[in-house]
Design a protein around this ligand. Structure first.
Ligand code: NAD
Length: 331
């Protein structure tokens, strides 16, 4: 099949080329993400391959359907950026990579927590400048603290296990609680209010859906313990950014670690170091000493990139052969 790969970064090409070398697919790479503006590039292709920030809305889907595209292969797990209703109407299949390395994301979540807590990023800079003072580098022991995990799917449960290893008590919330995890003694399910009120660290691991959009807003952020830490490695839209800025300004929220951001589409995965960034909310956030923002890199390990490329190519091959699409996203 001819596949138009949108939003290509050098590592996408490297790993996709490796995994597709024994397949019959012909992959052509475009730097721009897919949107209504770039959809014409899909002319002559059977498939498009997209990532988290491509804007696969109804208009873009109608445009690629007219050009003869039959399948959208997401090289990620989340599919909140795809209009599934329109894809169905246009008879375009949508496939994804449901799990590439939940360990990569769970481990990175711990990295954000440890960095914010023990301030290794600040110590690194200080020591390079000959500043060996420990002033304002105080952290807290994780041992004995309560961690709230919102979403106990693949990533959430691995993360819960890692935090349990530090000696933390785990409270959890899930739309479909996994009683096995409770029986094994890993965690205890609680209501959102109890989880927020009792947790020293709250970490979000649920998908972005209409129900979870702004799950952390002006009300819920103030339900969190005074000085608690909020971590989001899931999707930016889970947090109302303005609400957390207000809670940070008032000193209620103690720490914020985010690898995802509600308006990240215009920013992340690009080198904008020579550009004036006009996103005032993000610029304000990065000035807080107790905030750590990274550019959607929690998944970014060679294990995950290999798995993403392999499953993406397998999904396309299964479609070409008319096999059952085990990774199809359906309504
Ligand atoms: P998963 O589907 O295995 O688990 C998600 C869990 O959330 C499920 O148990 C589900 O029941 C639960 N859930 C759904 N709606 C809920 C609600 N309203 N309230 C509470 N829980 C709810 O997904 P996963 O593989 O663990 O991934 C979790 C999220 O992590 C993904 O949705 C994706 O957005 C994000 N992610 C981020 C990165 C990154 O690089 N930062 C990489 C991969 C995934």
């Amino acid at each position: 099949m001819k596949v138009a790969v949108f939003g290509t970064q050098s590592y996408d090409k490297e790993f996709l080329e490796k995994e597709s070398k024994d397949s019959s697919h012909k992959l052509v790479y475009f730097d721009s993400p897919l949107s209504i503006m770039t959809a014409p590039l899909a002319k002559g292709f059977d498939a498009v391959c997209v990532f988290v920030n491509d804007d696969v809305n109804g208009e873009a889907i109608r445009a690629i359907a007219e050009l003869g595209v039959k399948i959208i292969a997401l090289r990620c797990a989340g599919y909140n950026n795809v209009d599934l209703d329109e894809a169905k109407r246009q008879n375009i299949k949508v496939v994804r990579v449901p799990a590439y390395s939940p360990h990569a994301v769970a481990e990175y979540t711990v990295a954000l927590i440890l960095t914010l807590n023990r301030k290794t990023h600040k110590a690194y800079n200080r020591v390079r400048e000959g500043n060996f003072s420990l002033e304002r580098l105080t952290g807290f022991d994780l041992y004995g603290k309560t961690v709230g995990v919102v979403g106990t799917g693949k990533i959430g449960q691995i993360f819960a296990g890692l935090m349990k290893g530090f000696g933390c008590r785990i409270l959890a919330l899930d739309a479909y609680p996994n009683k096995k995890l409770e029986k094994e003694g890993l965690l205890k399910y609680a209501t959102l209010s109890d989880l927020l009120e009792q947790s020293d660290i709250v970490s979000l691991h649920c998908p972005l859906t209409p129900e979870t959009k702004h799950i952390i807003d002006d009300q819920t952020v103030w339900r969190m313990k005074q000085g608690a830490m909020l971590i989001n490695t899931s999707r930016g839209g889970l947090i109302d950014t303005e609400a957390v800025i207000r809670a940070l300004m008032k000193g209620h929220l103690g720490y914020l670690g985010m690898d995802v951001y509600e308006q990240e589409e215009e920013l992340f995965f690009k080198d904008l170091s020579e550009t004036l960034i006009s996103d005032e909310k993000l610029m304000q956030l990065v000035t807080f000493p107790n905030v750590l923002v990274t550019g959607h890199q929690a998944f970014f390990t060679d294990t995950a990139l290999t798995q993403i490329a392999k499953v993406t190519i397998d999904n396309l091959t299964a479609f070409e052969k008319g096999e059952v699409l085990e990774n199809e996203v359906t309504l």
